[in-house]
Design a protein around this ligand. Sequence first.
Ligand code: BYC
Length: 351
Amino acid sequence: MATAAAHRTARADGTADADAAAYEAVFDAAVAADERIEPRDWMPDAYRATLIRQIAQHAHSEIIGMQPEANWITRAPSLRRKAILMAKVQDEAGHGLYLYSAAETLGTSRDELLDKLHTGRQKYSSIFNYPTLTWADVGAIGWLVDGAAITNQVPLCRCSYGPYARAMVRICKEESFHQRQGYELLLALSRGTPEQHAMAQDAVDRWWWPSLMMFGPPDDESAHSAQSMAWKIKRHSNDELRQRFVDICVPQAESLGLTLPDPQLRWNEERVHYDFGPIDWTEFWEVLKGNGPCNEQRITQRRRAHDEGAWVREAAAAYAAKHSDGTRAADGHAGTVGGASAHQAGENGEA
Ligand code: BYC
């Protein structure tokens, strides 16, 4: 069995004419032994490409996900709610930052990834193509969307690729707080006036099914699951995680005094899980093709925010060049601090 030491030795000895099969065997053994693959380790091209695809999609989801929530910052019903929402939206920018950084360790650049997002060559989560129509939607996003995100992402803390797994640890801690704030917000509305209760119920009615779609297509239509699970990038299938999420949500909805919009939802003694009704996969694939209610708005806003932030990036790059020894500036990158903040600046939320 390959140990971490053996893995490192193979890496250190790597030469152009090295036997690829031997490297692959070391890689396979490291994955089998639950060791972490690190940026300088040998890895199959397809493993690298899969990680870039998934991490980029995840990063894009974080920054596009700022838009529907930022839409309510100016209209939050109290200073307390406004402060909480602003902190949450900023957290999402931070998550994007950790994830773009994790993707960069695989040999791609943030500029390249953002260009792919802006030109439709990379995806972001289907969930962010739905509108936030009322204040209660902020609660529903926290409870259901962040709840689904945690269910999906806690296992990613054990992903075989080190930088992604480590980024997920902090993200999951913050997502847990987001989920609780959403739950608490919905609880306040549910226990409020009849109008507030109805607003909370309406939000849950609209966000429930899209939240279930976040987990991706059913297992028999999931192109990447089998390979990603073999590589221990994904630890559970889409359907397993979706079921786990439903099982968590049903008792929480009862405590909230809200109903989940699925008449077929019932406890199954034999399966020891809740059964639930069919998901409209036509809607899911349409949203992925760009035909969701807000796809165009989201990407237009993203491109505009990126263009409007150009001067900040340029200024930060110039500042970093002036204060560095010139080596980092020469390869077109701002210094770490300047570059990181420059990429985030001016790109947050809806105008
Ligand atoms: N939306 O073979 P499959 C957040 C695509 S951020 C769009 O099962 P995979 C938050 C999939 O990419 C939430 N596309 O794929 C942020 C593939 O197409 P391509 C984001 C989807 O990768 C701010 C095709 O369908 N979380 O929570 O094995 C505020 C076939 O799918 C979706 C992550 O990104 C979707 N829902 O599994 C609040 C977590 N589902 O690429 C909250 C990390 C599938 O071949 N990602 N597709 O063109 C993952 O865990 C996996 O990528 C997925 C999909 C489970 C999402």
